[in-house]
Design a protein around this ligand. Structure first.
Ligand code: ZN
Length: 533
């Protein structure tokens, strides 16, 4: 998994359950005949068991990517497949559909947790039930094969090795969209799996607004000259990198009594449950950036999971469904806080205490280095400004693949042409081009847009928090993050999956998804940094 990829694990209901049921019983006992209470109890109990299976699978998956000895790979694959099959069987049981139908006819208050539970479960149930079991199994096998072939092809820098399997993935993805159903575009059905309620047309609208200003900004920066990141490229002791990153994660509010930081090859955050949210990172002893900003990023994901309301535990409401919202939290802490000048006013003296080699580097020089803009080939290493162009080109190619206007064999040429157009550079090989991401080999067409949607949401939310608490900027310069975290807890984290992103944004910020604030943030920050007119 890529550095900025959250491991997606959908936990379904169970422990919101005791809370929900007791409250439901208290509220409804007078008005409802007994069977209605029984129906909710029955549903939440079933969902709770499924949630436990998901949690067990999450832990096995975390172990697989951290400490599992390599000889256990096949056995672990089998264990995960069995758990996945079991939970899918339990979740798509016709009885769950019946329980939902009964509850859907109950006059639950529209903003109640009970109504949200029924709505969220129905959405997941329908998605899971629409895919025939043999299709799910066939697709899972294809993905396993495709991931292996993708890794080989990437090592060999040869897309043609991967192309036949990607061709099959695209064909199965089209079938998947047909099974799931859609109104306007097959991409809608896929996107909905990562960003519930989001439509392709909306992504196009947002990306179209972003593209012009970002391309213009990249060009202006390019014309202006370069900032140096030399201060970040010197020996940095790994143990000290770890200690500093962890100190910052804890300062943000990451609760280590319910979390831990480990090493991995491709960093990720994994929520086993809200009581056990783990983050991982990797260290480069000659380069400060990957471990430091990777940890701050995963901390943002972890704060979200740790902040979900206790009463949603073991419930689908406890499992955040919007990857855009999830990414908004990682980007907020990594970039809006972690790459801000104010944050380093507080953090730079601490960093220098760990690494006295930075004593000769003024704060301004360090701040410029961590915000250096440089068109590059690899998405996960891209700076804040160019990052979104990497996402846009993937989105455009995915649409063309699904629409049949782009043949799989033509991907490398199409990819390179877009990189040239947007970034002004040409990938020297497929490993630095169209083979760099694991997503397509995992059948994850429709995932990429959530990264940029997360960027957009992050600024909307951050600005709303600062409108409510103007002291947040000053707080950050003094290492106080509690007010910001509390606002995010109240307005985002605690709601879990209760609201789709559009509704949550409206409630928290007063606006729908709007790229304006994000464009304003990028333009203002980088005009100042690069002294642009
Ligand atoms: Zn992320």
């Amino acid at each position: 998994m890529e550095r900025d990829e959250k491991r997606v694990s959908h936990h379904f209901p169970e422990s919101a359950y005791s809370f929900l049921v007791s409250r439901f019983l208290a509220d409804q006992l007078v008005r409802y005949p007994y069977p209605m209470n029984h129906t909710l109890t029955e549903l939440t109990e079933r969902l709770a068991v499924i949630s436990d299976l998901h949690e067990a699978a999450s832990l096995l998956s975390w172990d697989q990517h951290t400490y599992m000895p390599p000889g256990a790979t096949a056995a672990r694959g089998q264990q995960l497949a069995t758990l996945s099959k079991l939970s899918h069987q339990l979740f798509t049981d016709a009885e769950i559909g019946k329980l939902l139908t009964v509850l859907e006819s109950a006059p639950l208050a529209s903003d109640s947790d009970e109504a949200a539970l029924v709505k969220v479960t129905r959405r997941l149930y329908d998605r899971a039930s629409k895919l025939p079991a043999d299709f799910v199994e066939e697709f899972a096998k294809l993905r396993t094969q495709a991931q292996q072939r993708w890794a080989e092809a990437r090592r060999g820098k040869d897309f043609s090795q991967f192309a036949p399997l990607l061709q099959e993935i695209v064909a199965m993805t089209r079938r998947e969209a047909d099974y799931l159903g859609y109104l306007d575009h097959p991409y809608d059905a896929l996107l909905d799996g990562y960003e519930p309620g989001m439509r392709t047309a909306e992504v196009k609208r947002v990306f179209a607004e972003l593209k012009g200003p970002i391309v213009a900004l990249v060009q202006a920066i390019k014309a202006q000259g370069r900032l140096s990141d030399a201060p970040l490229r010197q020996p940095f002791d790994e143990a000290k990198q770890e200690a500093f990153a962890l100190e910052m994660a804890q300062a943000f509010g990451y609760d280590l009594s319910r979390g831990r930081l480990d090493r991995t090859v491709h960093p990720f955050a994994q929520s086993i449950s809200k009581y056990d949210v783990r983050i991982t990172t990797r260290y480069n002893p000659e380069y400060l950036v990957p471990a430091l900003f990777g940890t701050l990023h995963e901390t943002g994901h972890a704060l979200y999971e740790q902040g979900v309301a206790d009463e949603y535990y073991r419930s689908p409401l406890g499992s955040v469904q919007s990857l855009g919202l999830h990414e908004s939290q990682s980007r907020l802490w990594e970039n809006l806080v972690g790459r801000s000048r104010g944050f380093w006013q507080y953090a730079y003296p601490k960093l220098r205490a760990y690494f006295p080699g930075l004593n000769g580097v003024p704060l301004e020089e360090f701040y410029a280095a961590i915000n250096r803009v440089e068109p590059s080939f690899i998405r996960v290493e891209a700076d804040e400004v160019t990052y979104n162009l990497h996402i846009m080109l993937r989105f455009e190619l995915e649409l063309a693949l699904l629409e049949g206007t782009l043949a799989v064999s033509d991907i490398p040429a199409a990819w390179n042409a877009k990189v040239e157009e947007y970034l002004g550079i040409t990938p020297p090989d497929d490993a630095l081009g169209c083979l760099q991401d694991i997503h397509w080999s995992m059948g994850g067409i429709g995932y990429f847009p959530t990264y940029t949607l997360g960027n957009v949401m992050s600024v909307q939310l951050f600005e709303a928090a600062k409108r409510a608490h103007p002291e947040i900027d000053l707080d950050i310069t003094e290492g106080r993050f509690a007010t910001l975290l509390a606002w995010l807890r109240d307005n985002v984290h605690r709601h879990g999956a209760k609201y789709q992103a559009d509704e949550l944004l409206q409630r928290a910020t007063g606006s729908r998804l709007d790229p304006g604030p994000y464009i304003g943030y990028l333009t203002s920050k980088y005009r100042t940094l690069y002294r642009l007119a």
